[in-house]
Design a protein around this ligand. Structure first.
Ligand code: ZN
Length: 248
């Protein structure tokens, strides 16, 4: 398992001005380690990223996920359907990769970035698609058209992420009482199923977004684009709703 080494930088903004993390932006440094790390830590750069991954596969963290790194730069002729005109730094996590545009990743660098993407997807509920995992060139197609460049392993990365992270069906349960219902539902649905449990305050874990479709068993509707509510006002009503779905 990879490890993250804290490096820090003065180049960041505290918190995210109320925005939620929704996407990952991948970059190439166009410079070598350790010079590129030193530059991202230099106040004169006025630039940073949350993470830097070296060719040797080291992962440095410069900015906490909860804070805003300065990696997106100036938005110029963007090609990103989620762009709403506001500063993309506020809602994204930036990952820098050591190398020149066009460089083929070393296997160590590829495995490190795959691992980090998985961690961030799980932690922040980032959907695995090309609107939520993007290259810098999508934000600035004019001056950053080479970031992260033609060597970036998009196809392999998406293939590996989809094979290991996303599931077709998710089942969100309210608590242990719902588990039998959820289990029956899971067996009926088939292979690609994950069961998520609400936190003690009733809110769902962000990882529910990694499911393409979500059954909500117990509790009210949640923030998910494709959900089916199988719940009633109490436990009996929830069991009945699931039973109806299963044809009992
Ligand atoms: Zn970039």
């Amino acid at each position: 398992m990879a490890t993250i080494q804290w490096a820090g930088t003065p180049n960041y903004s505290t918190d995210r001005a109320g925005k939620k993390i929704m996407a990952i932006v991948d970059h190439i440094t166009a410079g070598s380690y350790p010079g590129c790390l030193n530059w991202l830590q230099n106040p004169q750069a006025r630039a940073s990223a949350h993470y830097l991954i070296t060719k040797a596969g080291q992962i440095f963290q410069l900015v906490k996920d909860e804070d805003t790194a300065w990696h997106a730069g100036i938005v110029n002729k963007p090609n990103w359907s989620l762009y709403d005109g506001t500063n993309p730094n506020k809602c994204t996590i930036g990952i820098e990769h050591e190398g020149q545009p066009g460089d083929v990743f070393t296997e160590a660098q590829y495995q490190a970035t795959l691992w980090l993407h998985k961690e961030l997807i799980r932690k922040w509920g980032v959907p695995v698609d090309n609107d939520h995992i993007i290259g810098h060139y999508r934000l600035d197609s004019v001056n950053r058209s080479n970031c992260p460049g033609s060597g970036f392993p998009w196809e392999r990365l998406f293939s590996d992420l989809k094979g290991s992270v996303a599931v077709d069906e998710g089942i969100l349960i309210f608590g242990p009482d719902d588990f039998v219902s959820a289990n029956r539902l899971a067996v009926t649905l088939g292979n690609e199923v994950a069961i998520f449990v609400r936190k003690s305050d009733g809110t769902p874990p962000t990882a529910i977004k990694t499911a393409k479709h979500l059954y909500v068993v117990g509790g009210s509707e949640v923030n998910h684009p494709n959900q089916t509510l199988l719940a009633g006002a109490n436990w009996f009503a929830t069991v009945a709703a699931v039973g109806k779905k299963l044809g009992y």
